[in-house]
Write a protein that binds this ligand. Sequence first.
Ligand code: SAM
Length: 285
Amino acid sequence: AGTELLTPGDIRVLSAKLGITPTKTLGQNFVGDGGTVRKIVSHAGVSEDDHVLEIGPGLGSLTLALLETGAYVSAIEIDRKLAAALPETVGERHDRPERFAVAEFDALKIADHELAVPPALESFTPTYLVANLPYNVAVPAILTALEALPTLRVVDVMVQLEVAERLAAPPGSRTYGVPSVKTAWYAEATRGPLISRSVFWPVPNVDSALVRFERRDQPDADRAEVFAVIDAAFSQRRKTLRQALAGWAGSPARAEEKLRAAGIDPSQRGEKLTIEDFVAIANVR
Ligand code: SAM
């Protein structure tokens, strides 16, 4: 299939034509490097006929690299001008534009909207989420998508390096925290290659990295309850679990009882616990 990727020159020309001034609040940093977008696509493992969801397609850099594999792509873009311009950009540079569709809405509200279905398909069932995510909403966007779209098997996204490290951090490490444990409820995370800030326009203050999630069997527990325990345990990082979970359990004594019943030392801190530990605590009756 014929596909022409966007160059740095294309990024400038397209932004000027659309009257786009990239905004920080929407995390608008566009990639104008074909090598980078192809690297993301091959890291994700997308191939012919896969159904791929993309969040924040922007001017279409990664979109075109995804389409180049022969995949179907449905995108969600919050910026009206960008969303409106994408079909034309794809039509001019990809010979199977009927494999692409875009919807304009906030990816954090994915549960309230229908995904756009590419005209070549009768229905769209995403198994991959591949994106260069807007920095300010990266973690909630990942969690929201994994929750709302149970067919997603792989989430492979570019985020700030620091966030990638936090997401893939093992229990007990310095960067382990709420994002690491909550995403672990859905999937196993692995940090991927570093991406230099220099591939973006405008150039951001930090480097990025890929992070890959592979969905796992969901634990047998009430998710809202498990997440409440996680939030309580990390809201007071320096406190022991006995103290940190007192509010959630009703009292320090009740927290201690539940922790012991789950086989967890009440004098430990939350940052040592795995998702399975949090599940065990939430499941104590
Ligand atoms: N994928 C493009 C690329 O690699 O060049 C653009 C990536 S840019 C880092 C993030 C994109 O996400 C922007 O196009 C921005 O408008 C869009 N965006 C920001 N917040 C969003 C949200 N809540 N829902 C959907 N898209 C959003």
